[in-house]
Design a protein around this ligand. Sequence first.
Ligand SMILES: NC(=O)c1ccc[n+]([C@@H]2O[C@H](COP(=O)([O-])OP(=O)(O)OC[C@H]3O[C@@H](n4cnc5c(N)ncnc54)[C@H](O)[C@@H]3O)[C@@H](O)[C@H]2O)c1
Length: 250
Amino acid sequence: MNDTLAGVRVLVTGGSRGIGRATAIALASTGATVAFGHHGDDAAAAVTLAAVQSHDAGAFSIEADVSVEAEAIEMVNHAIEGLGGLDVVVNNAGVLHEAGLLDTTVEAFDAVIAVNLRGTFVVGREAIRHMVQHGRGRVINIASDLGYLGRERNTAYCASKAGTGAMTRAWALEFAPRILVNAVAPGPVDTDMLGAEVMSETQRQKESDIPLARIGRPEEIANMVTFLAGPQATFITGQTYGVNGGSVMT
Ligand SMILES: NC(=O)c1ccc[n+]([C@@H]2O[C@H](COP(=O)([O-])OP(=O)(O)OC[C@H]3O[C@@H](n4cnc5c(N)ncnc54)[C@H](O)[C@@H]3O)[C@@H](O)[C@H]2O)c1
């Protein structure tokens, strides 16, 4: 068994499915103690919980809408209490809203920002509040390659993910050297977010132009998160890692 993260206490948001589920499982399978948040999606969260508990019997899930400040704060506090502390937070919860700019209402814009950017801000702020008291910690924010590339019909999503990268660098500077803050910017990954209910066929076709000639698997994003949470990532902060099959090269 790989127990690289033995004794590391982690909170993953948006853990019910997709990248969050793969991340929670990957972290638990490398020895971490895991709590994960989910919003609705009870059946999917139960599937994640069973998989995570097969590695970490003490794992637990927390229902919380990260776009509601009080719920996000309560989730972090619940995680700290249940885990007996918090060493790593993974801000993964996210939504995508596809609409042309001229049809994007303020309400739709705010709804995306409230989850992807403000949710990350509140969860990160509360996790860091705890980490500062204990003198160490890691924050890993899930951004997106669309935060660099831009994408028509995705104003709010692109803005939220560019903001996540900027917030990552701001926190990295503010809390160095004790707390390391990094982001992972996935390219297209095979999850519900790329499904027909969320993204139009035209947009999904754009995801296929990748040098490595395929979209990613959630586990491939989880591997980078696990690395950034672990003992080999001690000299890394303020970075955004593209895990994208070459769809963005920097
Ligand atoms: N799939 C991709 O191609 C891709 C690419 C780049 C970045 N990302 C990012 O990766 C992250 C995970 O996305 P995914 O592809 O696994 O998508 P997904 O839709 O499968 O999962 C999103 C998760 O976020 C949770 N969530 C949504 N709204 C929430 C809220 N208000 N409060 C709490 N949780 C909430 C959902 O319950 C779910 O667990 C997101 O931040 C997404 O923007 C995904």
